[in-house]
Design a protein around this ligand. Structure first.
Ligand SMILES: NC(=O)c1ccc[n+]([C@@H]2O[C@H](COP(=O)([O-])OP(=O)(O)OC[C@H]3O[C@@H](n4cnc5c(N)ncnc54)[C@H](O)[C@@H]3O)[C@@H](O)[C@H]2O)c1
Ligand SMILES: O=P(O)(O)OC[C@@H](O)[C@@H](O)[C@H](O)[C@H](O)CO
Length: 409
């Protein structure tokens, strides 16, 4: 018998038959510290599916883990009712096919959605044959349209007939997911599953895409018919400001986000970028100016939480993903340009991303190599799509030169 067999037997003895169950892909920071925790607290048995074998073993050898809420008045929540399973092995498809499973959620990273699609498709095929009923899939990744993207990957593995059933019975609902969950580091030696989180959380789901009731309801999940405004407000404010803090913080030699934000120049750049992005968001979604200003200040105070110890390298990770067209940097910049608004601080944030030189981040290595090979002018044009003669390109380049000089001072 292999270690994986042991895991599957433990799982078979886990939840009672018909106990509501959720299969969650990705038992990392947000998986354990937010989505899995909320599901378990709402009465679901949570099957965490992960590629990390050691993590899966830990999930099956602990009956509970702690979520430490890192605010002035700290508190701890104890999470029960979960197990771990390999996301690759056939056993995850068995759980997807089970009539007890009512939700599939993910928090694996946007670039891993394609990888988990075959297992989800196989599980859904089995579910259809078993006549186990409909369910909803909600991908909790920082990306606009993440669940629809996953849905398209899943469709590629199904026949025409299976896809017809899929569109009637399986909801692929986009969402906005917000809670800062730093990497745990070495602060929880007694149980490696323990995780530290900020108090704030928001999980907003597109109810128009659901194909089955969310039953039991998930405490803290908001259903909306106008998700686009929520997701763009979150990605183009919180994640935009977070990324710019990380990239400018890196240049100034800070390791952690709260430390970086204590630097007045960085704070003013980040606040400036968020006001530029906010002006564009207000034009597009009609946000009220004073209310949005409060949202920005709330976001900045969340970054400044000294108890989070959130690493600049985590927040800046995968800079090429963050430099993609619809993402947190170019998304608000292009939107601001469409309305003829200023982008000086956003351009500085984009420029700073081109100086994020982290050896164990493959996307950072690729970016640095590109700049070395073709020069910064062409690299900026290629990644941003702004032509070398454009005003946007000029602004990014001039900020880059200034920041580069600062980095090597
Ligand atoms: N941490 C946060 O503050 C936060 C907040 C909101 C949203 N998010 C989003 O949540 C997602 C996960 O972020 P995180 O911080 O939890 O990252 P993480 O690295 O802590 O967790 C990712 C987990 O996914 C697992 N994984 C990777 N590939 C997999 C695969 N093919 N199948 C199954 N599991 C796989 C990893 O082993 C890991 O356990 C990202 O899209 C991120 O943008 C994070
Ligand atoms: O997870 P990423 O890499 O998309 O972005 C890094 C952080 O900005 C992000 O994880 C935030 O902490 C999170 O989005 C807060 O809700």
């Amino acid at each position: 018998m292999t270690a994986w067999d042991t895991v599957s037997i433990t799982l078979m003895q886990g939840p009672q038959a018909n106990h509501p169950q959720a299969v969650h892909f990705g038992a990392g920071n947000i998986g354990r510290g937010f989505i899995g925790a909320l599901l378990a607290e709402s009465g679901y048995f949570v099957v965490f599916a992960d590629v990390d074998k050691i993590l899966v073993k830990e999930l099956n050898s602990h009956e509970s883990y702690e979520v430490h809420v890192l605010e002035k008045a700290e508190r701890t929540e104890e999470i029960h009712s979960f197990a771990g399973v390999s996301s690759r092995a056939d056993e995850v498809t068995h759980f997807i096919a089970s009539p007890s499973t009512r939700l599939i959620t993910t928090a694996v990273g946007p670039n891993k959605l394609e990888k988990i699609a075959p297992a989800i498709a196989k599980g859904l095929k089995e579910r259809r044959v078993a006549n186990a009923g409909g369910l909803n899939v909600i991908a909790c990744e920082n990306m606009v349209g993440q669940t629809e993207t996953l849905g398209r990957y899943v469709q590629c593995h199904l026949s025409q007939e299976e896809n017809a059933w899929l569109s009637d019975s399986i909801g692929f609902a986009n969402c906005s997911v917000d809670r800062i969950v730093p990497a745990p580091g070495s602060s929880h030696p007694e149980n490696p599953l323990d995780v530290g989180v900020e108090g704030f959380f928001e999980w907003v789901v597109d109810e128009t895409a659901l194909r089955a009731p969310i039953d039991p309801p998930v405490q803290g999940m908001t259903l909306t018919g106008s998700l686009q405004a929520y997701i763009e407000r979150k990605l183009f404010t919180l994640n935009c400001g977070h990324a710019i803090t990380a990239y400018l913080g890196f240049i100034h030699g800070f390791d952690q986000i709260d430390q970086a934000l204590k630097n007045k120049e960085i704070l003013e750049d980040v606040r400036g970028a968020l006001r530029e992005s906010g002006a564009a968001l207000a034009k597009k979604h009609g946000f009220e100016a004073k209310e949005h200003e409060l949202y920005i200040e709330r976001v900045l105070s969340r970054f400044a939480n000294p108890k989070l110890h959130d690493d600049v390298e985590r927040v800046g990770r995968q800079p090429l993903r963050k430099l993609a067209k619809g993402d947190r940097l170019l998304g608000p910049t292009i939107m601001a340009r469409e309305y003829g608004l200023s982008i000086d601080h956003l351009a500085r944030g984009i420029a700073a991303a081109f100086l994020f030189d982290v050896k164990d981040d493959p996307q950072s290595v690729e970016l640095m190599e590109k700049v070395d090979q073709v020069g910064i002018e062409r690299a900026v044009a290629e990644y941003t799509g702004f032509g070398v003669d454009s005003d946007e390109h000029r602004k990014i380049l001039s900020a880059y030169k200034e920041l580069e000089a600062m980095k090597y001072e």
